[in-house]
Design a binder for this molecule. Structure first.
Ligand code: PMV
Length: 316
């Protein structure tokens, strides 16, 4: 059997994080500059059923049976075998690597799952359809926090800009005019579970207030969809600023994120916001081709540990 390789991109949430967990719409896009990669090879000397897993970026080097049942890599492998109804697979080696920063809101967990599910199912001669890949990856997302919206696994599986509503069919977006985003990392680990849990407790204690915040975020995402579909790129800037304000009111920003958001605006970005679960991780800034390099530079000077320039566009 020939070796099989699959890769999957990172992702950013452009609008609507957190509110999306409560049924409001959100917009996300793949980040192709960073990727997770899974390679599956036959191990002709191994006994049937033995699957050796090597994932240096995740600190994993083990046989499948040695990994805890809740381990995300073990879940991806077992979930794929179960979907294929294979109880005794041939001996294989799985190697997983990734350039997607971990715990930074860029979807590294979902990207690893998608790459593993695709590489393994293709190696076994029965590549799974996108819908199956995404729904298997969604099951693994539940390890990270109990009530994921599904936006990460969907954006990463389809590798296209999406307008997303929880439990509804995926809507691929038409990007009338491509636009540029600088992604900058605070360098502070962000726990999706902690942040989503904090919002859930606050929502439980102040339901009307949080429902109103979620409604506002949903309205911003709807307006942003119109701008993206009609090529009104600059108008997305104030919408990003508004979304950041709403996320701050939800309590998921941080002094470091606020500092980078201000630095981006001062350096000429049209708008900026945190992206993902917040309290650390990444922020994004909307830039032109002219302001992109200077905004990236200003963000690094303001303390970002990394800046990535990416484009949101229709897939070719
Ligand atoms: O995984 P992150 O940090 O990009 O957060 C995902 C976005 C949330 O809306 C906070 C959670 C979710 O499941 O949609």
């Amino acid at each position: 059997m020939p070796a099989t390789t699959s890769t999957a991109p990172g992702k950013i949430i452009l609008f609507g994080e957190h509110a999306v967990v409560y049924g409001r719409p959100a917009i996300a896009a793949p980040v192709k500059e960073v990727r997770a990669r899974a390679v599956v090879k036959a191990n002709p000397r191994g006994p049937a059923g033995e699957i050796r897993i090597q994932a240096p970026d995740l600190g994993v080097e083990a046989e499948l049976g040695q990994l805890l049942a809740g381990d995300p890599l073990a879940r991806a492998v077992r979930g794929t075998l179960a979907a294929l109804r294979l109880s005794s697979p041939p001996a294989m080696n799985l190697r997983v690597t990734s350039t997607i920063p971990i715990a930074a809101g860029l979807g590294s967990g979902a990207a690893v799952s998608v790459a593993v599910i695709r590489a393994l199912s293709a190696f076994l001669g029965r590549p799974l359809r996108d819908e199956q890949v995404s729904s298997l990856a969604y099951e693994i997302e539940k390890i990270h926090h109990g009530s994921p919206s599904g936006i990460d696994n969907t954006t990463i599986t389809f590798e296209k800009p999406i307008f997303f509503v929880k439990s509804k069919p995926v809507q691929i977006m038409q990007v009338s005019l491509p636009f540029s985003i600088v992604i900058a990392d605070t360098g502070i680990a962000s726990s999706t579970a902690a942040s989503v849990g904090q919002v859930r407790r606050a929502w439980g204690a102040h339901k009307d207030h949080y429902e109103a915040l979620f409604d506002s975020a949903g309205a911003v995402a709807e307006a942003a969809r119109q701008c993206i579909e009609h090529g009104l790129v600059e108008s997305l800037g104030p919408l990003m600023d508004a979304n950041h304000g709403i996320l701050s009111k939800m309590g998921v920003s941080s002094p470091e994120l606020d500092h980078l958001v201000k630095a981006a605006r001062a350096a000429g970005a049209w708008g900026a916001k945190l992206s993902g679960s917040g309290q650390g991780g990444n922020m994004i800034a909307l830039v032109s081709t002219k302001t992109g390099p200077q905004v990236a530079e200003a963000l690094l000077e303001a303390g970002a540990v990394r800046a990535i320039l990416t484009q949101v566009a229709n897939p070719r």
